[in-house]
Design a protein around this ligand. Structure first.
Ligand code: ADP
Length: 452
C-alpha cells in the first residue's frame, strides 16, 4: 500500500474544489494549478499550495502536461487527480505519471487508451457480451465505405468521431442523399476538435433515453456498481439535468443493466471510478455507447443516494486499499437530482457568456448541496467551460426531490451575467418532466413549443 500525503489537482473550477474538500477530510495536502488569468479563482485560495503553470490558453496551462508534471515533482506530490475533461482521459498523460512514479488517480493508462477510442471500446465491450448499437465494423475510412456500410446499418444513422466527447464530432444522417455531407462534416469536426478525423457509424436510435451505470473497482479485482443515472435532459447532446436512480425502468431491466455493466468492467479489470453509458429505446432495449474512465460531472447524485464519497474511494483505490463497500452494502436511498447552472443564453442557442458576478445567493436547507466555485466579484472567463454551479437535491421520493429542485431554482440568485437558471425551472415544471415521460429530445421539443 502506498500512502498518499499530497495530491496535485490537474483541473480548475468546481471539480478542483470538490477534490480539495475530500482531500482535506482525509488529511491529505492539496496542490492547485492555475493559469495566469485564474489567479483569483477559489480553487487556488482553498488549496494548501498553488502553482501557476502558464497563460490562459489551455495548451499552455491546464493541458500543458510537462508543466503539470514538473509542478507535481517540485511540490513533492505523490499523486495527480485529473478531475473530468482536460487531461482526465489522456492516456499518454496517465502513462507519463506512471513512468515518473506519480500515482494517476484513475484507471491504468492502457484502460484509458482502450476506452478512449470509441470504436475500440465498442469492440471490447461487445466481446464481453454487452449489447452495442448496431453499426459499422471498425472505422469508416472513406465515402465509398460509408455508402456501403450505410446499406447494412439503415437510416437514420450517426457518423461519430472515434475520439469524440462532449457531444462533438457527431452528425445525424436521415437518407443516402445527405450521407456525403454528414460524413464530411463529422470528419472535419473530428479533425478540428480532436485532431483525429477517424469516424465510425452507428444506427440512430430515435428518441432514446440516456442511462448510465456508475462503477468502482479496486486493485484487488473487487468491482461494484452504484446503480444508474438518468441523463436524458440534454441540450446539444450535453447533459443539463441528471437524476438518480432512473425512473420508470422495470426492475428486471435495471438488474440487467447492472449485470452487463459489471461484466464489462470485469472484462477490462477496471480500477477506479468509471461510467458505462447506454442509450435505451422505448421497449427498454439498451445499447452501450461509451465508457468514461474518470469521475463524471454528475457523480454527486450517486453520492447522495448511496452515501459513498466517490472521490475518497478513488483516492483509497489509488493507494492500493480495498473498496470501503461491498455490493451488498449498497442500497438506493431516495432520489437525487442535479441541475447544471451554466453561464449561457438558452434562448440564443445556449451561447456561453462571460462577465463579473454581482450579488450571489445559493439555495440551502434540507437536502440541498451546492458544488460551485463562484463568489461575489468573481469574473467568469471566456476561455473555459460555461458550467458555473451544480445544484444537487436529495429527498425520499422523486416528487419531493423535484419540489426541492423547483424551490432551489426559485431561490438561486446570480447577478451580473445571464444563466440558464430560468430555463432549468421551465424544464422542471414541464409536463413531460413531471410525468416521467421524457427522452433525449425533451429540450429540443420544449424549445420548439412541441411540448409544454
Ligand atoms: P459524447 O462522448 O460526445 O458525450 P456519446 O456517444 O456519449 O457522445 O453521446 C452523447 C449523446 O448523444 C447521448 O447521450 C445521446 O443523447 C446521443 N446519442 C449518441 N449515440 C446515439 C445513437 N446511436 N442514437 C441516438 N442518440 C445517440
Amino acid at each position: 500500500m502506498k500512502l498518499i500525503q499530497k495530491v496535485l489537482i490537474a483541473n480548475r473550477g468546481e471539480i478542483a474544489i470538490r477534490i480539495i474538500r475530500s482531500l482535506r477530510e482525509m488529511n491529505i495536502k492539496s496542490v492547485a494549478i492555475y493559469s495566469t488569468v485564474d489567479k483569483d479563482s477559489l480553487h487556488v485560495m482553498l488549496a494548501d499550495e498553488a502553482v501557476c503553470i502558464g497563460d490562459h490558453r489551455l495548451i499552455n496551462s491546464y493541458l500543458n502536461k510537462n508543466a503539470i508534471l514538473q509542478a507535481a515533482i517540485n511540490t513533492q506530490a505523490q499523486a495527480i487527480h485529473p478531475g473530468y475533461g482536460l487531461l482526465s482521459e489522456n492516456a499518454s498523460f496517465a502513462k507519463a505519471c506512471h513512468h515518473l512514479g506519480l500515482e494517476f488517480i484513475g484507471p491504468h493508462y492502457k484502460t484509458i487508451e482502450l476506452m478512449g477510442d470509441k470504436q475500440s471500446a465498442r469492440e471490447t465491450i461487445r466481446a464481453a457480451g454487452v449489447p452495442i448499437v448496431p453499426g459499422s465494423k471498425g472505422l469508416v475510412s472513406n465515402l465509398d465505405e460509408a455508402h456501403q456500410q450505410a446499406k447494412h446499418i439503415g437510416f437514420p444513422l450517426l457518423v461519430k468521431a472515434t475520439a469524440g466527447g462532449g457531444g462533438k464530432g457527431m452528425r445525424i444522417c436521415y437518407d443516402k442523399e445527405s450521407l456525403s455531407h454528414a460524413y464530411q462534416q463529422a470528419v472535419l469536426e473530428a479533425q478540428t476538435v480532436f485532431g483525429d478525423g477517424s469516424v465510425y457509424m452507428e444506427r440512430f436510435i430515435e428518441n432514446p433515453r440516456h442511462i448510465e451505470v456508475q462503477i468502482l473497482g479496486d486493485k484487488h479485482e473487487n468491482i461494484v456498481h452504484l446503480f444508474e443515472r438518468e441523463c436524458s435532459v440534454q441540450r446539444n447532446n450535453q447533459k443539463m439535468i441528471e437524476e438518480a436512480p432512473a425512473h420508470n425502468i422495470k426492475p428486471a431491466t435495471q438488474k440487467k443493466l447492472y449485470d452487463v455493466a459489471l461484466k464489462a468492467a470485469h472484462s477490462i479489470q477496471y480500477e477506479s471510478a468509471g461510467t458505462l453509458e447506454f442509450i435505451m429505446d422505448k421497449d427498454e432495449n439498451f445499447y452501450f455507447i461509451e465508457m468514461n474512465t474518470r469521475i463524471q460531472v454528475e457523480h454527486p447524485i450517486t453520492e447522495q443516494i448511496t452515501g459513498v464519497d466517490l472521490i475518497k474511494e478513488q483516492i483509497r483505490i489509488a493507494e492500493g486499499r480495498r473498496l470501503s463497500v461491498t455490493q451488498s452494502d449498497l442500497k438506493i436511498n431516495g432520489c437525487s437530482l442535479e441541475l447544471r447552472i451554466n453561464a449561457e443564453d438558452p434562448y440564443d442557442k445556449f451561447k456561453p457568456v462571460s462577465g463579473k458576478i454581482g450579488a450571489i445567493h445559493f439555495p440551502g436547507g434540507h437536502g440541498i448541496r451546492v458544488d460551485s466555485f463562484l463568489y461575489q466579484g468573481y469574473t467568469i472567463l471566456p476561455f473555459y467551460d460555461s458550467m458555473i454551479a451544480k445544484i444537487i437535491v436529495h429527498s425520499s421520493s422523486r416528487e419531493d426531490a423535484i419540489e426541492k429542485a423547483i424551490r432551489s431554482m426559485e431561490e438561486l440568485n446570480i447577478e451580473g451575467i445571464k444563466t440558464n437558471q430560468e430555463f432549468q425551472l421551465e424544464i422542471l415544471l414541464s409536463e413531460a418532466f413531471l410525468d416521467n415521460n421524457y427522452d433525449t429530445s425533451l429540450v429540443e421539443k420544449f424549445l420548439k413549443g412541441e411540448i409544454q
